[in-house]
Design a protein around this ligand. Structure first.
Ligand SMILES: Cc1cc2nc3c(=O)[nH]c(=O)nc-3n(C[C@H](O)[C@H](O)[C@H](O)COP(=O)(O)O)c2cc1C
Length: 178
């Protein structure tokens, strides 16, 4: 039986490049025989977390239960994160904060992207957060370097294969380790 692997898209802003990168990762995985589902935080649209600590109290709101179900059914996760002010986007942190035990032992692979160091600072932040909720990091996180030349005036990749193709080998290896 194939493992249910979902990819969390951590950026929700208008005009985000996250979706193009996520689509490329999903297609690249598919071409290698691995199916990835998408958990798009923009579509899921979780409100700001306002409950008691999920480490002690189970989710009680409908949106929290629905998010929990998505994470529970994910046997493994890819987390795609942008870097905002050297950390992860607030919607991603918010989504993590909703749960505790459901993250424990969850196999995770991190892919970041950014201009300065491919989002490595966001990954550092994310590793700290995921360490606290006890996920299992299966492979070295990947950091995709963006440059001003990566996108056209409308914000689309000029040549997605030229920009992302070099990350394919390590990505597939990580997926197989999940
Ligand atoms: C609020 C904000 C803060 C940012 N901070 C960083 C940063 O610390 N490091 C970096 O490399 N890029 C930073 N950027 C540039 C992002 O890498 C770039 O906008 C990228 O497209 C964001 O991903 P997204 O389009 O999927 O949201 C920042 C962008 C925004 C909107």
């Amino acid at each position: 039986m194939t493992k249910k692997i979902n990819l969390i898209i951590g950026s929700t802003r208008e005009g985000r490049v996250a979706k193009s990168i996520a689509d490329w990762l999903v297609t690249t995985a598919h071409d290698s025989g691995i199916e990835l589902g998408i958990l798009d935080l923009k579509e899921i649209n979780l409100p700001f977390f306002e409950g008691p600590s999920p480490a002690y109290f189970p989710p009680s709101t409908e949106e929290a239960k629905s998010w929990q179900a998505k994470i529970v059914e994910s046997e493994a996760l890819v987390i795609l994160t942008a870097e905002y002010n050297r950390g992860i986007p607030a919607p991603l942190k918010n989504a993590i904060d909703y749960l505790y035990a459901d993250w424990n032992d969850k196999p995770v692979h991190i892919v970041s992207y950014g201009y300065i160091d491919g989002g490595a600072s966001a990954t550092k932040h994310l590793l700290d957060v995921l360490g606290w909720v006890k996920t299992k990091i299966v492979a070295d996180p990947q950091a995709i370097s963006l440059t001003q030349d990566t996108f056209d005036e409308s914000g689309k990749f000029k040549d997605v294969e030229a920009s992302l193709g070099g990350y394919k080998g390590a990505f597939i290896t990580a997926l197989k380790a999940l």
